[in-house]
Design a protein around this ligand. Structure first.
Ligand SMILES: Cc1cc2nc3c(=O)[nH]c(=O)nc-3n(C[C@H](O)[C@H](O)[C@H](O)COP(=O)(O)OP(=O)(O)OC[C@H]3O[C@@H](n4cnc5c(N)ncnc54)[C@H](O)[C@@H]3O)c2cc1C
Length: 562
């Protein structure tokens, strides 16, 4: 056995012995002072990170007995232990398996050298399946009310529906769009995905090998439709959730659709409505005086009718850039109005650096486990390094943008993915629009220079920027606003903020975990996040349905585990 495999096997054996020992010293001796332990349900039934040897020890001691975790060993069926660099540190990384009182789990251990031996630096323990309740294709229940109502049928809704189906939990997806996949089909024509295909697979059904690296939106739209059909997911299109109230263990969910209004009484609602829920329509001074067409970016479908005409696009995130480029390439004269400094990086290689793992060779399942095993502190460290690297790689582009009057986000340290995780946007992957800006083909004007609007365009101090069209690429209000609108103040207040990190708990707030509101769950994020975490979300709903865990995490309990 190679030396690093032996070291990992030894550590796991000692870990198991130490878990049982009455004395805390052997357990403490296994971890570095700055170690992290992330648990995905296996020990705590929570999505939880503990940092520092002292906290890990206290948390492990609290739950080790009840969890019944045992049988820790290197998993011979998975990527063998290897020496790799993670967050700038040379580590042994080992995938292992174990059993709990309730089921089977897997994990990732990272060891770093200390003194004569190796110490635990990061540990992930994740529940894979419940004993006796393993995944299987189950026939749909005959109940008129599904156990779970999934609101939103994009990749997030489809991922959780597929996982629940495999666990035999009856779920119905509703989406206000008329056809499955319309959430992509109805976007602007030029759109292709920004991450490479190997990172974006859906649960159970990977994209075909001969598909392009960057999938165009219409092909993706048809894939969503095909996915729902092949997996026989229950999907009701043209149906909107308008509001819901909770009483005596069930929701009263008010739906509006083609057949009129309808009420369903599910036990669970999973919100899969995207991180960006309600279009943000800022109050642009004087816009009411503008005589041309005004639309939010979500209404923009293509440039055909704007060829040879003037357009102003307000906002410099992904949509603003993509729409400006689309208008320009169709022969419109476009001005981009910048509201705040924006992070820009080239789509290749910079934007792909964070996903290098998925091209390293391990199978998708192992890459996902390794991805989930990186605790927030190390994730930030790794992303700082990638952000630095991107800035160097993209230096000529960034200098050109600055010369063209584009304000770059100079304060950013952790790169685009943290912008997504913390605020749902604020960056652009250059697929050509930045080059048009640098080359003077798309002028950029700061929002501060716009004094107001006249019938024929935007007024600055010295001139009017002519426009027939103004596109507000001004983003979306987050999930909090949607929660308030659909569920009311009491539930929104109980649940608290959704998405963005809780720094204390080192996890995304309220995502893929029980919330303070019984029967209310959230799933959102990238294809990879939804693929990874839909599994743990489905396991929790199954466990609630089977009476293995309560359906709510009391706030005090959440805080006590920290
Ligand atoms: C140009 C571009 C490229 C991208 N590339 C990638 C990539 O490569 N990889 C990646 O991971 N991400 C990528 N993204 C991000 C990706 O778009 C989002 O992550 C994704 O759309 C979110 O999917 P979702 O299922 O969470 O939400 P959505 O796709 O927004 O779906 C939410 C659904 O909920 C429905 N809905 C909302 N409210 C209600 C209601 N009350 N009742 C009924 N239905 C409702 C909507 O109709 C919608 O269909 C890209 C985005 C853009 C713009």
């Amino acid at each position: 056995m190679p030396e690093h495999s032996a070291a990992a096997a030894r550590w796991l054996a000692e870990f198991e012995r130490a878990l049982r020992a009455a004395d805390a010293a052997p357990l403490e001796a296994l971890f570095r002072a700055d170690a992290h332990w992330r648990d995905l349900l296996a020990f705590t039934w929570r999505v939880k990170t503990a940092s520092g040897a002292g906290r890990i020890l206290a948390a492990l001691k609290r739950c080790a007995n009840e969890s019944g975790a045992s049988g820790f060993e290197i998993d011979p069926g998975r990527t063998p232990p290897r020496r790799v660099v993670r967050a700038g540190t040379d580590v042994i990384e080992a995938i292992f398996r174990f059993r709990t009182a309730r089921g089977r789990g897997s994990g990732v251990l990272r060891l770093v050298p200390e003194g004569e031996g190796w110490k635990g630096w990061t540990l992930l323990t994740a529940l894979d399946e419940l004993e006796g309740l393993e995944e299987r294709a189950a026939p749909r229940g005959a109940e008129p009310d599904p156990d779970v109502l999934i609101v939103g049928g994009g990749h997030a809704g489809l991922s959780i529906a597929a996982r629940l189906k495999a666990l035999g939990v009856d779920a119905l997806i509703v989406d206000r769009h008329a056809r499955v996949g319309d959430n992509w089909r109805k976007r602007y024509q030029a759109l292709t995905l920004h991450n490479q295909k190997q990172v974006n697979h859906f649960p159970y059904r990977p994209f075909p090998a001969d598909w392009p690296t960057y999938i165009p939106k219409d092909r993706l739209a048809d894939w969503l439709e095909d996915y729902a059909a092949k997996l026989q997911l229950d999907f009701r299109t043209g149906t909107e959730l308008c509001g819901a109230a909770y009483e005596a263990g069930r929701w009263t969910a008010e739906l509006r659709g083609r057949g009129g209004a309808r009420t369903l009484r599910p036990r669970h609602i999973v919100m899969a409505t995207g991180v960006s829920g309600i279009p943000n329509m800022p109050d642009v001074p004087g816009l009411a005086s503008f005589a041309g067409r005004v639309m939010h970016s979500h209404e923009y479908v293509g440039a055909t009718e704007w060829a040879g005409r003037d357009a102003i696009v307000i906002g410099t995130g992904t949509s603003g850039h993509d729409i400006a480029q689309d208008l320009h390439s169709s022969g419109a004269r476009v001005t981009l109005v910048q509201r705040s400094p924006t992070l820009v990086l080239n789509i290749e290689p910079s934007a792909q650096l964070v996903y290098a793992l998925y091209s390293e060779g391990p199978p998708l399942e192992d890459c996902d486990l390794i991805t989930a095993s990186v605790p927030l502190a190390l994730l930030r460290k790794a992303h700082r390094a990638w952000a630095e690297q991107s800035k160097k790689l993209d230096a000529p582009l960034l200098e050109g943008l600055t010369r063209a009057g584009f304000r770059l986000d100079e304060e950013d340290e952790t790169g685009w993915q943290f912008k997504y995780l913390e605020r749902g946007g604020g960056y652009y992957f250059n697929v050509g629009c930045s080059d048009l800006i640098v080359g003077g083909k798309i002028p950029v004007v700061p929002m501060q220079d716009i004094e107001g609007f006249a019938a024929e365009g935007a007024r600055t101090k010295n001139r009017v920027i002519p426009a027939d069209l103004v596109v507000l690429a001004t983003g979306y209000l987050g999930l909090d606003a949607l929660l308030l609108r659909l569920f009311g103040e009491a539930i929104a207040g109980r649940v608290g903020p959704v998405w963005g990190f809780d720094e204390e708990k080192q996890e995304l707030r309220n995502m893929w975990t029980r919330t303070a509101q019984p029967g209310l769950w959230f799933i959102a994020g990238s294809f990879a996040q939804c693929r990874i975490y839909s599994k743990y979300l489905a396991l929790q709903i199954k466990a609630v349905e089977e009476g293995l865990i309560p359906d709510v995490i009391p706030r005090a309990d959440l805080e006590a585990v920290a």
